[in-house]
Design a protein around this ligand. Sequence first.
Ligand SMILES: *Cc1c(COP(=O)(O)O)cnc(C)c1O
Length: 397
Amino acid sequence: MNRRLQEQLEAELQALRDAGTYKTFNCLDSPMDALVQMQGRGEVLVLSSNNYLGLSAHPSVIAAGVEGLRRYGAGTASVRFICGTCTPHLELEQTLAGFLGTEAATTYVSCWNANEALIPTLTDGNTVLLSDELNHASLIDAMRLARPARKVIYRHSNMDELRDGLRGCDPQQRKLIITDGVFSMEGDLARLPDIVQLAREYDGVVIVDDSHGVGVMGATGRGVPEHFGLLGEVDILTGTLGKALGGAAGGYVAGPRAVCDVLTQRSRPQLFSNALPPTVACSAGAAIRVLQSDPGCVRRLRDNTAQFRALLLERGLTPLEGESAIIPILVGETALAIRISRMLLEEGVFVTGFGFPVVPEGTARIRVQMSAALESHHLVRGADALARVIGKVQAAG
Ligand SMILES: *Cc1c(COP(=O)(O)O)cnc(C)c1O
């Protein structure tokens, strides 16, 4: 390789190692579940996956994927509009629209792609993008690909700043208000009732990426709109199939038929990149059907979240408050968060620590994510380990 590039990359990697932020993979030898087999460690309790409903190893989800592989092969070898659309794509899109209460839905190989498809396609030179500062990286990058008249980045959930941003737009401008449904580092919810209200007042369009909300929030898992009693009131939803809805991969845009149709005609990630593999369309469709036939798994997730929060409080730990299945525990310095997560893993409990630059300096955290796959004794074991390790580290100062 080019020597200068080689040296520059080595220096960059060394800087990451020196800063203690160099990442290594933990390799699993089993399906994602409450307990997994981790190479070099054996059985580990997982409190850190997006497998919120425990569906990624559900027998019907696996069976649907296997059947899809048999019937449709490994993949489409084509983009959607040439010869890459199979029955499972159309079925999944119908299932998604029915589940989310939208007119239509269209799928992508990831929610990352869905966001990068949606936002640039709906943005013209007469569009203003209004975005929460804590939005997911895929929304931020999607906005970077778009060429709007202007961007307004409002402080996290600051509705006064959003209102000011909307007020500052010309009446004939297209105004896209873009927000996460559940914010992934804080675990808090977008102030959707206020956002929808402001959009009505100022003729804005609401786009919610509900990747951490779908399958999690609302009595039947339809996400943050259901939680707030706003089903059918959000203009456009995006979300992932790689979290609660089976955990494989894939993403969607759900909303009015005209939006999905324009995306099919013009969105570059769908025009120039392969379709979702049919096997994944099959397993994701099965995950949604399991959820629809047994909303009890959403209740189990909610009960586990309440129980785990109570166990933490009993042990003197005070997580950030919130209603989602993300439970962050602030610990301060980045190095501390990394050390805690490493010590937990030595005890067979897998929880990720996040520090700067993912979150602001001094607010490093251990991020616990709940799952319906966890049983009571797992929760007790996890809370005990967290209290023990955090106590030990803080005592050591
Ligand atoms: C996880 C996540 C994504 C990415 O989803 P993929 O399908 O894995 O690309 C996008 N947006 C938000 C808000 C997420 O939490």
